[in-house]
Write a protein that binds this ligand. Structure first.
Ligand code: PLP
Length: 449
């Protein structure tokens, strides 16, 4: 079987996500035969370094022997069982562990099967909580500009990236949108801390104006990932937690992308020393193996639904594959690896190594900023470094970087004109150096003419 033949068959029957399929007339899709660690291999033996963890999900490499073994064992025991009226060991272990490792106060775990579904669950739960308390005026959500929370209709509505949202705007519920603390916009000489504090004034104002009608504020803690890896200071979260309490509004922390060590701590909220009312988790939750998500919440929220059946106050949200046993086992095993292998300490070194190999990009005339939060590093490509004038989007400079890097055996997937590294935690320092070298060469070729 060749790449070419498979790509041809693929194009006859498949429709890929986040893709203009016509692009594949000239730039064929790459069928992958196998993966090992940070490497993917196609049907002709070409290898690609997976620098973006296959869309931010993979933590401990492809074909990780520990997760593989755990899944084989689970497969021989129980693949799946209805999760209403029934339970199983993997789900219980996973929930116990998540309660233990997430910030204080998050004592309940509701399972779903992807990040968008987790966001939908958190939105519905927050609204329903206030309703169960008789606060029927609370029907709105506050969201940050440039945020992303998934692409189902509800999750899309609380997100703010135009590329994904604009077309569907007529279908979406209205939200209250507040300027982002995104520190790419800070003044020269202004610290991230100062800028984040300054931007918080908009949030304070929105809460003051609308709190009576607001169920929750939803944010991506520390890094707005799909919104071009824009970053801000933890102080914003500290201020937000305090304000949400003051205005009696829930705080939903969408850690779908930033959770499980990406920002340096197990969860990004830890850096602000806060506990949200809801925490959405997915992506890295299964180490990148299977679709699964969790919404962690407080006992206070749980108790507002806990009553005699006749009160009709139960949370009736369900998905067919809720609590899938294989996915839960992958989750339990992923969390065990964090414990057994001192992953966060190791990542601390990796993050420093990443900073070092990427430092040179700062000097490039088409790079406006190199920024990093833990294991996420982003390089902002512009036409003019000093004015920060952007390349016309039609030129697809980021896409050119993608194509050039693939030809040199590295899988990058720039967001617009922002190149980023978000590698699996098993990447070595040598591989990081290779990644930086290929990225540099690809960038140089992509900004020519
Ligand atoms: C990816 C992502 C989602 C959506 O998760 P899916 O599993 O792709 O539906 C939600 N929130 C954030 C912050 C994400 O990065």
């Amino acid at each position: 079987m060749t790449n070419h033949l498979l790509a041809l068959r693929d194009r006859q029957v498949l429709w890929h996500p986040c893709t203009q399929m016509k692009d594949h007339e000239t730039f064929p899709i790459i069928p992958i035969k196998q993966g090992q660690g940070v490497w993917l291999e196609d049907f002709e033996g070409n290898r690609y370094l997976d620098a973006i963890s296959s869309w931010w999900v993979n933590l401990f490499g492809h074909a990780n022997p520990i997760i593989n073994q755990a899944l084989k064992d689970q497969l021989d025991t129980l693949e799946h069982v209805i999760f209403a009226g029934f339970s199983h060991e993997a789900a219980i272990l996973l929930a116990e562990k998540l309660v233990e490792v997430t910030p204080d106060g998050l004592k309940r775990c509701f399972l779903a099967d992807n990040g968008s579904a987790a966001v939908e669950v958190a939105l519905k739960m927050s609204f329903h909580y206030w309703r169960n308390l008789g606060q029927i005026n609370k029907t709105k959500f506050i969201t940050l500009e440039n945020s992303y929370h998934g692409e189902t209709i509800g999750a899309l509505a609380v997100g703010n990236v135009a590329l994904y949202k604009q077309t569907y705007a007529p279908l979406l519920m209205e939200v209250i949108s507040v300027p982002s603390p995104d520190c790419y916009a800070c003044e020269t000489g202004e610290t991230w801390y100062d800028y984040s504090v300054r931007q918080f004034a908009f949030m304070e104002q929105a809460l003051q104006e609308h709190a009576e009608h607001v169920c929750a504020v939803i944010v991506e803690p520390l890094v707005q990932c799909a919104g071009n890896m824009r970053m801000y200071d933890p102080i914003y979260l500290t201020l937000l937690r305090e304000a949400c309490d003051r205005y009696q509004v829930h705080l939903i922390a969408d850690e779908v992308a930033v959770g499980f060590g990406r920002t340096g701590t197990l969860f990004a909220c830890e850096q602000a020393n806060i506990s949200p009312d809801f925490m959405c988790l997915s992506k890295g939750l299964t180490g990148g193996y299977l679709p699964l998500s969790a919404v962690m919440t407080t006992d206070q929220v749980y108790q507002a639904f806990y009553a005699d059946y006749q009160t009709m106050s139960a949370f009736l949200h369900s998905h067919s594959y809720t609590g899938n046993a294989l996915a839960c086992r992958a989750g339990v095993t992923t969390l065990a690896i964090f414990e057994q292998q001192q992953v966060l300490a190791h990542n601390h070194h990796l993050a420093q190594a990443m900073r070092k190999v990427a430092a040179c990009f700062q000097e490039h005339p088409n790079v406006a900023e190199v920024r990093q939060t833990g294991m996420i590093l982003a390089i902002e490509l512009v036409k003019n470094k000093y004015s920060r004038q952007v390349f016309p989007w039609q030129e697809r400079r980021g896409y050119r970087v993608y194509q050039q890097a693939l030809a040199q055996g590295v899988l990058l997937r720039p967001l617009g004109n922002v190149i980023y590294f978000m590698p699996p935690y098993v990447i070595t320092e040598e591989e990081l150096a290779l990644l930086a070298k290929v990225t540099w060469q690809s960038l140089v070729l992509a900004v020519k003419d």
